[in-house]
Write a protein that binds this ligand. Structure first.
Ligand SMILES: Cc1cc2nc3c(=O)[nH]c(=O)nc-3n(C[C@H](O)[C@H](O)[C@H](O)COP(=O)(O)OP(=O)(O)OC[C@H]3O[C@@H](n4cnc5c(N)ncnc54)[C@H](O)[C@@H]3O)c2cc1C
Length: 414
């Protein structure tokens, strides 16, 4: 039986960084993954472009992390955005900075990031075992002594004194992350903080969203009302889909929505199509347009205000005939148009679940993990890194950096 100093479970973002660091330090490392290739989830990040990290400084960065980003200080002090950008550069992958401090590979290919990290690990002498599902971690007197995995229908055992669990969350299970890490953690005596999907699209009750499916609105404002009270407000891009609402702004507000739906509270999202103009300014503009184009049909005039796909929906909700002339629009109808532009309301019925959630919130309870090492406080030689931990963040490259930094720190601490 071959012996290793370190076994990394999972060849995702956290696992690859953990393997690279452990091997850099001269430790013998095996990475075991149940998929046939490394970084299956990494490959689909940023719509295949991979938003690697964010340019925010540490204090700003941790504000984007839930439930408490301060846990990450030691990990970020050791290995932060500069380090991952630098490491990728050493491996031949240049990065570019985009809107919102988001870093992407210059080639815009997530596959280049995965390829570079995998190659670096191989060059460092890391051994990879694919199509192998880890089933158990073994302990002897509360110390890691080995693990077993199933490959090719046979169970095999590895003697190892350090195991880094980098199994990810339980969203997008087809990429390999189906929640096994939580089982290992529970078996070791760890508490798992309530798991729920975040950064997740939302289903609406009414058909207006599906009537506009495929339409993207840039830089709109979305307000979340819970039981009629304003709870969250964000600016960004929105996508209408066949089931409801998606796009960055919806993913960002989805956290408060998921909580509320869980508590069976009423959730409404108000979309402001014209966030740059307040109600009165928009009303004045519309009044001017109606006056200047009195003989034009309202259906045609709407083209100046709205994307084509939204026009029939607006006419329908407002109960307006598209052939009605602008000079026949009453003051009440004009106010209703402005009201709809500023506050189009969608009743939210459900979220799309783990299957479509970018991130799993909840996870291995942080109070039982040493933030300076990522080692379990319950079992010697057991480490956790990445999404399996009770840490998650907004979109913007923050989640991958959490995985890279915690994976690196775990391996650095062995
Ligand atoms: C569609 C989508 C887009 C995203 N885009 C971005 C983005 O642009 N930027 C960003 O920062 N974040 C993004 N994320 C989030 C980011 O991908 C994750 O936070 C990150 O991949 C977590 O890394 P991880 O190493 O913890 O887990 P993962 O990358 O999920 O890796 C876990 C690995 O463990 C393996 N595994 C699980 N169980 C076992 C087992 N029992 N035995 C063996 N192997 C096992 C899996 O096969 C998998 O390879 C995105 C997520 C999704 C779903």
């Amino acid at each position: 039986m071959q012996k290793y100093r370190v076994a990394v479970v999972g060849a995702g973002a956290a696992g690859l960084l953990a393997a690279i660091r452990a091997a850099d330090r001269g430790l013998s490392v095996v990475v075991i993954d149940k998929m046939s290739l490394p970084g299956r989830k990494l490959m689909i990040t940023g719509k295949g472009r991979c938003n690697i990290t964010n340019a925010a400084e540490i204090d700003e960065f941790i504000m984007q992390v839930f439930p408490d980003g301060r846990f990450l200080y030691p990990a970020f002090k050791k290995f932060f955005s500069y380090e991952i950008i630098g490491l990728l550069q050493e491996c031949g992958v240049e990065s570019v900075l985009e809107r919102g401090g988001r870093y992407f590979p210059k080639t815009e290919k997530a596959a280049d990031v995965v390829g570079a990290l995998y190659k670096r690990a191989l060059e460092n002498g890391v051994k990879f075992i694919f199509n192998a599902k880890v089933n158990n971690v073994h302990y002897n007197n509360n110390e890691v002594s080995g693990l077993d995995y199933l490959a090719g229908g046979r169970s095999r055992t590895i003697d190892v004194s350090n195991v880094i669990i980098c199994t990810g969350g339980k969203s997008y299970a087809a990429t390999g992350s189906s929640g096994d890490g939580y089982i290992f953690a529970r078996e070791a005596g760890h508490k798992i903080v309530n798991l729920f999907p975040v950064l997740v699209p939302l289903e609406t009750k009414d058909m207006h969203a599906s009537d506009m499916q495929g339409l993207t609105l840039k830089n709109i404002n979305a307000k979340v009302l819970i039981n009629g009270e304003l709870k969250h407000e964000e600016f960004g891009d929105l996508l209408f889909t066949h089931f409801g609402l998606s796009g960055p702004v919806i993913l960002t507000v989805s956290r408060s929505v998921v909580y509320a739906l869980d508590k069976r509270e009423e959730v409404e999202i108000l979309i402001d199509f014209k966030p740059a103009l307040d109600f009165d300014k928009l009303d004045a503009r519309l009044m001017r347009d109606l006056n200047e184009n009195g003989k034009k049909k309202i259906g045609n005039l709407f083209r100046k205000l709205l994307p084509q796909k939204a026009i029939p929906v607006f006419l329908n909700i407002l109960n307006l005939d598209e052939n009605k002339l602008a000079n026949q629009i009453s003051a009440v109808e004009r106010k209703a148009i402005v009201q709809l532009l500023k506050n189009m309301s969608f009743t939210i019925t459900r979220h799309r679940g783990f299957k479509e959630a970018v991130i799993t919130a909840g996870g291995v309870c942080l109070t039982e993990i040493n933030p300076k090492t990522m080692q379990s406080k319950l079992k010697k030689g057991l480490y956790f890194a990445g999404e399996v931990l009770n840490l998650d963040a907004n979109t913007g490259g923050y989640n991958l950096q959490i995985a890279f930094s915690t994976g690196w720190l775990a391996a650095d601490s062995i």
